[in-house]
Design a protein around this ligand. Structure first.
Ligand code: UDP
Length: 254
């Protein structure tokens, strides 16, 4: 039995928070999901536009593109966080996170199969309690699958362009022990913070690990990755069951 670390609600060190997906939360979007990792809630919406960025045309790059935006709604945190528009500049953290979301999702899709189109993914944090970027990636993967299915059902493309589902989870070292899916208080106290993005074959897409005024060794990295892999496997199972309910079956490419 893995020892408890006095986590909120006695959660085990290798346990995810309660994960839920509420599909079609934004009816005007081609695909949308409200994902919750415990108290962290993110609205993920995906839309597909029939154009590609100018740089692709200029450089003669074929296929489609995917871009992502991330923001925290003002009332997602206490104290309230001003909107970027009110502050007159986009938060550096948001830019870093939206690039991560974009890179992660581009690894999930065959952009050639998408054709000359751009998937635009919007991730808006409704409630922040740690792990908003990992929840955003996990929810956006489902929103993107729903949006692409739209194109298939309208016979605009013949095969669903998603190759593999993508999920993400945070792992860390808190009080010298590895823990999965950190909430805000754990994140605040973490000696090491690791954001892990993988596809359903458990191949790495991105690994962001940093010591917070601390160092970490090989064994600690190995235990964080082991917990992370367990978390990702569970998240992919949840994603698949949500998509199954909507008769969407992503074929895993080899
Ligand atoms: N946070 C906040 N305001 C901010 C940035 C972060 O309240 O401007 C909180 C929020 O709960 C967030 C947590 O700090 O989930 C951890 O933030 P981090 O930058 O590590 O990103 P995340 O873990 O959300 O991906």
């Amino acid at each position: 039995m893995i020892p408890l670390l006095s986590r909120f609600q006695n959660r085990l060190r290798n346990a995810l928070r309660k994960i839920t997906f509420q599909v079609d939360i934004a009816p005007r979007a081609m695909g949308s999901v409200l994902i919750s990792f415990g108290n962290t809630q993110v609205i993920c919406a995906a839309n597909i536009e029939n154009s590609v960025p100018r740089w692709m045309k200029e450089q003669g790059v074929t296929g489609g593109w995917l871009t992502a935006e991330y923001s925290m709604l003002p009332y997602s945190t206490v104290p309230r966080k001003n909107r970027d528009s009110a502050r007159g500049k986009v938060d550096g953290r948001s830019i870093e996170i939206q690039r991560l979301i974009g890179r992660s999702l581009r690894a999930a899709i065959d952009l050639e199969m998408l054709g000359s189109r751009t998937i635009v993914v919007d991730c808006d944090v409704l409630q922040a309690d740690g792990g908003t970027r990992t929840a955003a990636i996990t929810g956006a993967s489902v929103a993107m699958a729903l949006a692409c299915e739209h194109l298939v059902r309208r016979h605009e493309i013949s095969i669903h362009p998603m190759q593999k589902l993508v999920a993400a989870v945070s792992v860390g070292i808190v009080h010298s022990q590895a823990v999965l899916d950190l909430d805000y208080l754990e994140d605040r106290d973490a000696q090491v913070d690791l954001n892990l993005v993988m596809n359903e074959s458990l191949e790495f897409i991105e690994l962001q690990a940093s010591g917070e005024e601390n160092v970490f060794n090989n064994d600690q990295l190995a235990s964080m990755l082991a917990y992370g892999r367990e978390g990702i496997s569970q998240l992919v199972e949840y994603q698949r069951s949500v998509l199954r309910e909507h008769n969407i079956f992503i074929k895993k490419s080899s």
